[in-house]
Design a protein around this ligand. Structure first.
Ligand SMILES: Cc1cc2nc3c(=O)[nH]c(=O)nc-3n(C[C@H](O)[C@H](O)[C@H](O)COP(=O)(O)OP(=O)(O)OC[C@H]3O[C@@H](n4cnc5c(N)ncnc54)[C@H](O)[C@@H]3O)c2cc1C
Length: 689
């Protein structure tokens, strides 16, 4: 007998109030640089970003006695606080039955290739602590009566290591971590955007930031200085890179910042794309029960005519409906799943409809229409895995909206909060960019190629080609903790920050980027970057288009370097710098992709590499799809990573083998205990990115 969940319980998991920030501590110090009078803040460690990853590092650092300061463009903005899906997932070791095998879990995390084996193992073994400590802080993960965490299967997960607090798991994580940070008196400087890191060889002196409240007569752009000998980049993913994006608005990430600081970037070719509602409305992933309810999917053309286009791709109503269902746990696009009438044909079909100028909808009040010549949709005629799941879930209601309501009432509530009633009207959606798997290269402690700069969460490039759903949130927690441990253990060796001299040199270069005559406008740069990335580096790529896109991206960056970016008001200065950074990040991603394709790299993860000589040929119900013939992945690419670093000519691109874990490194108590006791573990040999 299903238990009815009272509305107030559902509401509490949907509308998550965030803690109130105390009044800003301010600073009494100022510094005069380049004719500007800037407020000066000091900290042992500066964290850029207050998402789940940044706050985890902040809490762990504060507990270890490090004077940490968090600078955040938007304290409760970013992906963790503002994104989600039907059951937003965190992926941790499975406590059910006989417990988990960390090596097997690490193998699953790195199964897509191009992932360091040590990072996968770290995420696996660290997940227990990450989950337990979040529960200790009050994260309401669901349990069975014996204390086991309730689990389900998610993308790239054969075992069922996923769990969820509901649609807003990551916002709840931010909430409990923020409450803890405030309990520990961590200063969180809201609306404070890190614009430039003051890097001096192996030392860091802090960062130039922008804060609207610092705007004053002698400081029209509201700039300020943070003096800190160590920093953690936790700025999240570069959501603004793409026009077609399910990231919340204003996610710039810290890739551009890292490029400017000369850090190594890794796996930039790897992203995730999947179906969701775009950020110009309410950005939200349509995974899990949204598709497991099997709504009718159709497009509408300019004349208002409906097209049940999926019927052109699948051979029977059963195949069509079963593949809509499978998008629930095969959510990201994957080239090989376009073959054999797999679930990524759904993404392909949607992307092609959108590219043809049609709008695509899900209608929860209609079952999928029948494929021509086949029988009507019938819950008794579905593939066995689908029928089995729906049967166990008790989701045998006649209409998709009732199946959805039965399986996950929160999913309907959630859209209602944003004035979209999916019970009443069809929902428009598209294939969008959702996650950056690559990013700043880090070692086993989250340290970048610069010894005083760490990167965690989506800013770090710790994921491989694929990642199980929920591995992003787990990785941020695990590496946030490890970065804090490493900083605390090695802090005594850091030389103090002396920002004055370095800011003196960096500030004029920064100011020169804020609009000179002939400069492209902020809107023009945004539109150009986003269109190029969505059109040339979406789920379907080809060598010639990517090569052209790199050249165009390079030309844009040359223009920005010469003229800066034009702004209407001084208050837009920080945004202009962020767009300058996004333009650089876009060139970096395209350069990596161009390198990969030119070297013969094939389709993997998020992207199909189209090639008329390729041997991957998706077939639809209408016949072979020659236009999407693609190269298959080469096995040798699974064991290496592409690394980029900025140089005078753009980017230096190199490849390196992925790090492995050897048998000799298996832990043994008596042998390894001294390394822990003396802190030698923080100087392990295999720890450079
Ligand atoms: C729709 C959607 C659904 C998702 N679902 C899942 C899921 O189910 N499971 C999963 O594991 N992952 C999921 N992800 C991915 C996951 O949510 C993110 O990878 C993760 O939340 C990133 O956390 P973070 O702390 O690294 O960054 P964020 O949460 O994005 O935080 C970044 C912070 O940095 C700040 N910031 C940015 N730039 C600067 C700067 N220059 N200076 C100062 N501050 C800055 C921002 O304001 C923000 O506070 C999803 C993503 C999306 C878009």
């Amino acid at each position: 007998m299903p238990i009815q969940v009272p509305q107030h319980i559902l509401d509490a998991l949907t509308d998550v109030d965030m803690p109130r920030l105390p009044p800003d501590r301010g600073t009494s110090e100022t510094i005069n640089i380049s004719g500007l009078r800037l407020p000066l803040y000091r900290a042992d460690c500066l964290i850029a970003g207050s998402g789940a990853a940044g706050l985890r590092a902040a809490v762990e650092l504060a507990r270890r006695g490090i004077a940490v300061a968090v600078a955040s463009q938007s304290a409760w903005g970013g992906t963790s606080a503002c994104s989600g899906s039907d059951k937003q997932t965190i992926h941790t070791a499975n406590t059910a039955d006989r417990g988990d095998d960390f090596r097997a879990m690490a193998a699953a995390i790195g199964a897509g290739g191009a992932m360091d084996a040590d990072a996968a193992y770290i995420e696996s073994v660290g997940s227990v602590r990450s989950m337990a400590s979040l529960q200790y802080l009050g994260l309401p993960l669901p349990q069975d009566p014996l204390g086991g965490t309730l689990r389900y299967q998610t993308d790239h997960d054969d075992v069922g290591r996923a769990t969820s607090c509901g649609p807003r798991t990551s916002r709840l994580m931010v909430k409990v971590l923020a409450e803890e940070a405030l309990r520990l008196s961590v200063p969180i400087y809201n609306q404070t955007t890190v614009l430039r890191l003051l890097v001096d060889g192996d030392r860091l002196h802090g960062a130039i930031c922008a804060r609207p409240q610092a705007r004053a007569e002698g400081n029209p752009f509201g700039l300020c200085l943070f003096a800190a000998p160590v920093a953690v980049l936790a700025g999240g993913g570069p959501g603004e890179l793409y026009r077609d994006s399910v990231y919340p608005n204003g996610c710039f990430g810290t890739l551009g910042l890292a490029i400017e600081a000369g850090l190594d970037l890794v796996n930039l070719t790897e992203s995730q794309f999947g179906i969701g509602t775009r950020r110009d409305g309410f950005p939200w992933n349509l995974s899990g029960t949204y598709v497991q309810a099997m709504p009718h999917i159709y497009s509408v053309d300019a004349e208002g005519r409906e097209h049940p286009f999926l019927a052109d791709y699948y051979r029977s109503t059963q195949e069509l409906a079963s593949n809509i269902f499978r998008k629930g746990y095969q959510w990201p696009f994957h080239a090989t799943r376009m073959l054999d009438f797999g679930s990524s044909l759904v993404d392909l079909a949607i992307a092609r409809e959108t590219a043809a100028g049609r709008r695509v909808f899900m209608d929860f009040n209609r079952n999928p229409l029948a494929v021509a010549g086949d029988r009507a949709f019938d819950l008794d005629r579905l593939d066995p895995d689908v029928r089995g799941y729906l049967g166990t879930a008790g989701a045998t209601q006649a209409l998709p909206i009732d199946r959805l309501r039965h399986m996950n009432p929160l999913s309907i509530e959630l859209y209602r909060r944003y004035k979209i009633d999916i019970a009443a009207a069809p929902l428009e959606f598209a294939v969008n960019n959702q996650h950056m798997n690559g990013g700043i290269a880090v070692d086993i402690w989250g340290r970048s190629s610069h010894p005083a700069l760490y990167a965690i969460g989506e800013a770090a490039g710790t994921h491989g080609v694929t990642r199980p759903g929920g591995a992003a949130l787990n990785a941020g927690q695990v590496f946030g903790t490890r970065a804090a441990e490493h900083i605390a253990a090695t802090f005594a060796t850091q030389a103090p920050a002396e920002p004055d001299r370095f800011a003196e040199a960096a500030l004029p270069r920064l100011l020169a980027l804020i609009g000179r005559p002939g400069a492209p406008t902020l809107d023009a740069v945004r539109d150009e970057v986003q269109a190029r990335m969505s059109d040339a580096a979406g789920i379907l790529c080809d060598a010639a288009t990517v090569r052209r896109a790199v050249q165009d991206a390079r030309a844009l960056n040359a223009r920005i370097a010469d003229h800066g970016i034009a702004t209407d008001r001084p208050s837009e200065a920080a945004r202009a710098i962020q767009w300058q950074q996004m333009a650089l990040a876009s060139e970096a991603v395209l350069t990596a992709l161009d390198h990969y394709i030119a070297a013969g790299g094939g389709s993997r993860g998020a992207r199909a590499i189209l090639d008329p000589t390729g041997d991957g040929l998706p077939v639809s119900a209408q016949g072979p799809l020659e236009a999407v013939r693609f190269r298959r992945e080469r096995p040798e690419d699974r064991d290496r990573q592409i690394v980029l670093r900025r140089n005078d000519n753009g980017f230096r691109v190199t490849e390196r083998p992925t790090r492995s874990i050897t048998q000799a490194e298996r832990p043994f108590f008596e042998r390894d205990w001294p390394a822990w006791l003396t802190g030698a573990i923080y100087r392990t040999a295999s720890d450079r990115p």
